[in-house]
Design a protein around this ligand. Sequence first.
Ligand SMILES: [Cu+2]
Length: 164
Amino acid sequence: MKSALFAASALVLAGIGLASCGKGGSEPSAAASEAAPEAPSGISVADGRLVLPAVKGNPGAVYFDVTNNGAKDTAIAGAFVDGAKSAMLHTSVEMNGMSAMKDMDQIAVAKGATVRFAPGGNHVMAMDLDPALQAGGTTEVTLTFSDGDKVSFEAKVLAAGDAR
Ligand SMILES: [Cu+2]
């Protein structure tokens, strides 16, 4: 099961790798730390965690719950993970009985909704992880919304085998 998932992931990543290089949340972390990003009103994030890959060099996955108690629908349009060279919005889909990952331009967070980023579903794929990211540590994740607003949160770094 697990190996099938990884095989499917590699396939998807090979297909989208080039196209995704130039976009997404690669902003310099220096800029992010100068001024706290302005969070969209009513948006909150809970339970952030980055799960390290079982095999070094593979991407990690970031999971969290995002809640929109604001006045309007919004969507997550990009992500930046401190310690990752790039980050992409993915969702897991079932294809021919196998789990595969799909690149998402946006993931909607409707007014009043909580959207879960969790194993088997939505996640932020974190590419080219800095070896300094170790289980037991934390890193900062920044989500960019469709209107340009941003929200940052701390994610716990988990080993591949940890409970997610
Ligand atoms: Cu993925």
